[in-house]
Design a protein around this ligand. Structure first.
Ligand SMILES: NC(=O)c1ccc[n+]([C@@H]2O[C@H](COP(=O)([O-])OP(=O)(O)OC[C@H]3O[C@@H](n4cnc5c(N)ncnc54)[C@H](O)[C@@H]3O)[C@@H](O)[C@H]2O)c1
Length: 362
């Protein structure tokens, strides 16, 4: 089996999630399209990144991401750094001929995201923007149901991403820095909402939204709201907040079509709510998405033995390895950097406020 050297930037939340996924791909998806070989990991703090290398099984640690870019044994550069560190290392890695994964949001705004997409696409490497919720089994099944036309004509899409950790003025993290993060809930959570909307219901044509900061002096937004119209004629509402007390990680969405409807709540990870208008008993049915015929089930356990949030990274990075091994497109199942850019245009429009027709650059 051919192996592929991996260089990871960041060793905290996403560094852990991605490293964990590379290990699992190596044995759970047997035989993997390419065997991930964990070569190097980069971070700021030398002692901490060395400990991370030992813990996650990388051959070496470095406090300079350029070491990874210069390492010829690395064929895949995986950027799990803060948003301010997405552009320069990702572009440099692609120019060095490495395939690239970059965490979301792709850039800190649409201009930076466009630049990353353009410069990376020009190199010809594979690029994936890590919108991992496309790889929740229930979300993939939903997309398959939509593509098969089983919902009829879509009229409504509503989605909200609710967390509750932001309502503390003493918190100090790069996520509250305009320089490091770009935005607040908009890039962190609304970007997932917009990508989910685009994945399940197609391109967004017009937006009317606004963002709000509750904590005085905080540089970034705490919540954002929008009403949108899609290119397919349907309408929707989008919401993202770090102030929804009681909601820990609730990405919730609903699609209503003329022949049926679907609904999902990530705090009930395995379940898809399905309404089919042709049934004798009208109402939503809960389908547990663990059957052998369901997406990604072949990697895991017998029906009813559910997988979880961390496994979305296994599905996503397996897809990337498959695209590299077989020279197949990253889209439409994963988000590529064009998707990352288009998502950022919608997010920027929400922050600008007012009704806007989105003009996507090509
Ligand atoms: N897909 C998802 O569900 C998801 C979830 C969380 C975060 N994210 C995204 O992943 C990225 C990282 O977020 P996180 O939650 O892992 O953040 P984090 O704060 O937990 O980790 C950031 C990492 O980057 C390193 N770092 C910070 N500044 C650096 C610098 N100047 N040079 C080198 N390394 C530096 C830190 O040492 C740390 O290892 C962000 O873009 C975030 O939006 C995505």
């Amino acid at each position: 089996m051919t192996s592929l050297g991996v260089g990871m930037l960041g060793y905290a939340f996403m560094g852990k999630a991605h490293s964990n996924a590379f290990h699992k791909i190596g044995y759970m998806t047997w035989p993997p399209p390419l065997e991930p070989k964990l070569v190097g990991i980069a971070g700021r703090n030398k002692a901490a990144v060395e400990e991370a290398a030992t813990r996650y099984g990388y051959e070496y640690a470095t406090d300079d991401w350029r070491t990874l870019v210069a390492d010829e044994r690395i064929g895949l550069f995986d950027n799990g750094g803060p948003n301010v560190l997405h552009a320069e290392p990702t572009i440099a890695a692609a120019k060095a001929g490495k395939h690239v994964v970059c965490e979301k949001p792709l850039g800190r705004n649409a201009d930076e995201s466009y630049e990353i997409w353009q410069q990376v696409a020009a190199t010809g490497v594979k690029h994936l923007c890590a919108f991992n919720y496309r790889f929740v089994p229930a979300v993939r099944l939903a997309r398959e149901i939509v593509d098969a036309g089983e919902l009829g004509e879509i009229r409504h899409f509503r989605c909200r991403y609710l967390q509750d950790w932001g309502d503390d003025p003493s918190l100090d993290t790069w996520r509250f820095s305009a320089e490091d993060a770009g935005g607040g809930a908009i890039g962190d959570l609304m970007s997932h909402v917009v990508d989910t909307a685009r994945f399940l219901n197609g391109e967004i044509a017009t937006v009317n939204g606004f963002a709000k900061t509750f904590i005085p002096g905080r540089e970034v937004d705490d919540a954002a709201e929008a009403a949108v119209e899609f290119e397919n004629g349907s309408v929707g509402t989008l919401e993202a907040t770090r102030f929804a007390h009681g909601r820990r990680n609730a990405l919730q969405w609903e699609l209503n079509g003329t022949k049926g409807a679907l609904a999902f709540d990530m705090e009930r990870f395995a379940d898809l709510q399905v309404l089919k208008e042709d049934g004798r008993t009208r109402g939503f049915t809960t389908v547990q998405v663990t059957e052998e015929s369901h997406p990604f089930a072949s990697f895991w356990w017998p029906p009813g033995h559910v997988s979880g949030w961390g496994d979305t990274f296994v599905h996503e990075l397996h897809h990337m390895l498959d695209a590299i091994a077989n020279d197949t497109p990253v889209g439409p199942w994963a988000a590529d950097f064009e998707d990352g850019y288009r998502c950022a245009e919608v997010c920027d429009a929400i922050v600008r406020g007012g009704t806007q027709v989105i003009e996507y650059r090509s």
